[in-house]
Design a protein around this ligand. Structure first.
Ligand SMILES: [Zn+2]
Length: 128
């Protein structure tokens, strides 16, 4: 893990921090510039108040062809947020590293979202 401040590879693990979402984030300390950072620093998800799983669900829905406004309605977010996440991801796609974890704040079931996406497709593409 390179330091996001001075890009030195000389970094050490420096404990874990628990977010209010329950997600654990590995902390690091740079031995070159002495600054602290964590594994989300410099990624599209850093400083993002929305749980990462919500963002992932939104981006997945968009990739399935759901419109920005429809995605926003499904997730109870503003369409500006959806657009912002998309542009952040597009700008830093190479740094995108979803963190797996059961602890999320998402209440929307994946199947529910998929059902809504399926309805937008032509009938002959739907299974069954
Ligand atoms: Zn540094």
């Amino acid at each position: 893990m390179n330091c996001p401040h001075c890009h030195s590879p000389k970094t050490q693990k420096d404990g874990q921090r628990q977010l209010h979402t329950g997600q654990r984030v590995q902390g690091y300390r740079c031995t070159a510039c002495k600054k602290r950072f964590n594994e989300r620093t410099g990624t599209p998800m850093s400083r993002l108040r929305t749980p990462q799983a919500v963002v992932e669900t939104a981006l997945k829905a968009r990739s399935e062809g759901l419109g920005v406004r429809a995605t926003a309605r499904v997730l109870d977010k503003s369409h500006n947020s959806i657009s912002k996440w998309e542009s952040r991801l597009a700008a830093q796609e190479s740094k995108w590293s979803p963190t797996p974890g059961a602890e999320t704040e998402v209440t929307l079931e994946g199947d529910e979202l998929y059902t809504k996406v399926e309805k937008n497709r032509p009938a002959h593409e739907s299974p069954g």
